[in-house]
Design a protein around this ligand. Sequence first.
Ligand code: ADP
Ligand code: ZN
Ligand code: ZN
Length: 725
Amino acid sequence: MFAQVVVDISNDAVDRVFDYVALNDTKVGMRVKVPFAGRTVLGYVIGLSEHTDFDVKKIKSIIKNLESVPKLKPEILQLCLFLAKHFFLRLSDCIKLVIPSCVRLDSQHEIIEYDLTLLFDLDTAINLVGKRAKNQLSLLATLNEQGSLSYQKAVELFGRVSVNALVDKGIVLKNPHRKNRYQYDSNQKTIKNILTVSQSNAVNIIEHQNKTFLLQGVTGSGKTEVYMTIIEDCIKENKTAIMLVPEISLTPQMMDRFNSRFPNDVAVLHSGLSEGERFDEWDRIFNNKAHVVLGARSAVFAPIENLGVIIIDEEHDSSYVSESNPRFITHDVAEFRARYNSCPLILGSATPSIESYYKAKLGKYELVKLPERINGLQMPKIEIIDMINEVLDGNTSPFSKKLLSKLDDCIKRGKQAILFINRRGFASFVMCRDCGYRAKCDDCEVSLVYHKEDNELKCHFCGKRYKMLTNCPNCNSKNIKYGALGTERVVNELKSIYKNIPIYRMDNDTTRKKDSHKKILEEFATHTPSILVGTQMIAKGHDYPNVSFVGILDADVSLYNSDFKSNERTFQLVTQVAGRAGRKTNDGFVVLQTYAPKHYVYRYAVNYDYEGFYDKEINLRQTTGFPPFSNILRILISSVSDNKAKDVTKKIFDKAIELKEKYGKSIIFLQAMPSPVKRIQTKYRYQILTRYVPDDKITADFYNIADMIEKDVSIFVEVNPNNLR
Ligand code: ADP
Ligand code: ZN
Ligand code: ZN
């Protein structure tokens, strides 16, 4: 028998399947040790056959099978083959996506713990021990009282000798059990609601259908309740579910709701887990110990069997597209698995991505709507404030008069407010008023952000820190100007207005530590009145009943990103943030501050007119030839050496021009240029940008011309990237 083996080496030259002689119990999906180029390396068996096309005498044998139960289940192996083909990835990289490194490389192991229990009634046990062994008697008493005790704890309390003596005598039983390092302490009990008519309609339409659904429900329309009902029904049929959220650590409420609804049946997978926790959760899923997987994008690869539904919540969120190698699009992966299991895939959002809505219009997805908030609540009123007028009126503070009066009103009524500013730090840049010098990172072509708390300048691209300037390094002037405000400054200014009210800040700086999101949100939830200031982190899925006011301080931050998605992203952000207000009472109010009050994004957003926005935007995309009417493909070439990066760019671009000749008008746009951010982490960056009528052949050809190995140069291809920087 011959085994087809993928070797675990990331190198294009070995991106092939090699044949080895299989061992007796070698199975498909197993990790094995194989000889390769004079070394012993890790490999994965992706097939077995009686025949080989190679010279039988030269074929080497597998050295060792690394497991008895293959780590790659049949569905996941099929998924790897799909990933490789669909996203132009190496098979070994695909396997890295689906099996976490702690499992693949055996860097973590299960931990066995022991419990002690009494094997006799207390009196019998005491007689067997005799009156002199004080410690042993105390342990017996404790066990009698508590029923059981962990071995570890017993050793701490009564000493190893006594504990072991009782076990050896057969009076106390030492039972092994598997420790789960991941513990979610949730005391939150959430109630199960009786579904509204729209909700149960949605459930009925979706259940058991082998289709993709776009569930569009305004914020607070009860989408999560729909998901949970469908999952519950799956579990009743002994099926399983994957529920994806943009970043689970941002939404502890979702964890609470799921844990309370499906106790001991939810496994989580996300980037915030320690290696040990990830190992245990992955293993629980692998051994079918949980029916529900809840997690961020990579949870879509969970080795769960017998799926009854896959859900992508907030499907428009950019985190569903990975920005580094191996790059994949979560929707496509989920679609593959849903079809493999003949089950529904639900894409949920209040503001679907233009691309998904377009697919719904074409009939590729079935659109299901939840048009109203629960209990007939109104959507909060959004008022646009023209900040130019504020300046003309002599108000140079970051808060308009209207915002201040509404905020004050909210606080006086003992309610909560959320202020949203999509910029962290104190000021977005610092510069010299006299000579125009602007502080930049040594390693990246970007301005440094001022963080007042640490009195430092920080690079938001590479994390490098610098001392704050007191004088201009160029002309020595003390006349320093601060750039646009961020979360830190907003909190500062608010503190001078509200001295006795808790003000919380949630951004990348305040949430570095494990569980810090959860702590901030718990604090916020339990204090009224209070104010929460934050970046887009606060836009996602939070459901706090006392929030009645939302202020969007600088809505334009995402509007002028100069990429084709900036309108869409701004519309989504405004709608999502506004959606945090008035979720339980009809007093929600939103102030939106902008310097472009007439922009159509805001015009539609204030009316919650998704359809209107979509029609305008899709029309624009069609006339300008942007996705979904074209694909944007970017080849990013980067290197510490500017010249090498330029040379490789030129080489690839020459080939790209040949493609342009080959495909003619189908290629709408093709250009090579420095990237918008010319240098990141000491690497110079160039890009070849193209737009073409969607066609897999063209995509494949572009991947092909970029597929070259150049020393000290990295080449990265993205189709329809979220970010062009
Ligand atoms: P979405 O996910 O669409 O933003 P949620 O599922 O979070 O909406 O629901 C919004 C709020 O309404 C939550 O507090 C939820 O508990 C509540 N809710 C949802 N469905 C019902 C229902 N059928 N009856 C009563 N309350 C509900
Ligand atoms: Zn200066
Ligand atoms: Zn930097």
